[in-house]
Ligand binder design. Structure first.
Ligand code: ZN
Ligand code: ZN
Length: 338
């Protein structure tokens, strides 16, 4: 089969590899579309050398059809599925408390083990969700990042009428804004990239560009000096961590979504002064996938605006370079049968 291999820092290779044998509890999926995720970018840039030794097939935001399934089980050849790529041990303290998505021995498929940027992918059948036929492949491959956003909004405990600021208007930030708005929040998106600002505005969001406008003043004006009920830090940038404590109200909540690869300064004085809450948000639980599928089915996600590129497998390196250099892209997807 053809596969995209991460073969070293900022190096992708597309080549023929042996199609791996399917284990007894696994299905084989013919991958249709797979999106490039911020996590994949971190791997590509060499930030995750502690977890990923090249060569490895990355990719986990996907949709595809089953071509082989175990006799015993709920899935059959032809079923269209997405994968919840969190394989947990079931034995560690986190798992035994029921938090299997943050298992202390987590195998995140596509990072810690073989992923989806290939013609075929073998996946344990207990990690699958069926995709309704009303969703096309591009919408299907957006379910995984949408599940991230659903999880983030659920963790943040959004209430109707809340005023929320999303710091970072990439695909996840925009999906978080959409999910928070569905929950009844009034949302503004803080983003510096003009292209992404345009996409956010075309989805009906007010935006602020913190490189041109003082974000703290802007939020204070918007909220009559009260500051925002909720802040989602999605940028993963130190500037986001610096400003997040300045724009959230007394007893407000900061949901930390972005991956900060290095420790960054945070103004803890504000946690004391304003009695703030900080909520970590990592991946998703099965319920988040179920909800994401229902939200997508109900047509709440402007897929055409979020997915800006669908490219052949050979262009995967180009896709990472676009993301790395902050070019005019939102979600880049790979056609895994190209
Ligand atoms: Zn992802
Ligand atoms: Zn575990």
């Amino acid at each position: 089969m053809k596969a995209c291999l991460f073969s070293g820092v900022e190096q992708m290779e597309v080549k023929e590899v042996d199609r791996p044998a399917r284990a007894e509890n696994e299905v084989t999926i013919e991958v249709a579309r797979a999106g490039l995720c911020g996590t994949d970018l971190h791997v590509y840039l060499g930030d995750m050398a502690h977890r990923v030794t090249p060569p490895r097939i990355l990719g986990h935001e996907m949709v595809g059809a089953i071509v082989e399934a175990p006799e015993e089980g709920d899935f059959r050849e032809g079923d269209r599925v997405v994968v919840e790529p969190t394989v947990f041990c079931g034995r560690c303290a986190a798992c035994r408390r029921g938090h299997t998505h943050v298992c202390q021995n987590l195998n995140f498929m596509g990072v810690d083990s073989t992923g989806a940027f290939a013609n075929y992918w073998n996946v344990p059948q207990d990690r699958l969700h069926k995709v309704p036929d009303t969703l096309d492949d591009v919408a299907g491959a957006l379910i995984e990042p949408l599940a991230v956003a659903v999880h983030d909004v659920r963790r943040a405990q959004v209430e109707v009428g809340d005023r929320a600021v999303v710091i970072g208007g990439g695909p996840i930030g925009l999906l978080v804004a959409i999910a928070a708005r569905l929950d009844g929040a009034d949302v503004i998106i803080s983003e510096v990239n003009p292209f992404r600002i345009g996409v956010a505005e075309s989805c009906g969001f007010d935006t602020v560009n913190p490189s041109e406008t003082n974000l703290v003043d802007h939020v204070n004006e918007w909220t009559d000096g009260a500051a925002a009920d909720l802040v989602f830090e999605v940028s993963g940038h130190p500037a986001g961590a610096e400003v997040m404590t300045e724009i959230v109200r007394v007893r407000g909540t900061i949901a930390l979504v972005g991956v900060h690869a290095e420790p960054v300064p945070v103004n803890l004085q504000q946690f004391f002064a304003r009695e703030l809450h900080l909520t970590g948000c990592r991946v998703y639980e099965s319920i988040d996938f179920e909800r994401a599928i229902r939200i997508a089915e109900a047509d709440h996600v402007p897929v055409d605006k979020i997915v800006t590129n669908v490219t052949p497998m050979e262009e995967i390196g180009w896709g990472f370079e676009q993301m790395k250099n902050g070019r005019d892209v939102m979600k880049v997807m790979i056609d895994c049968q190209s």
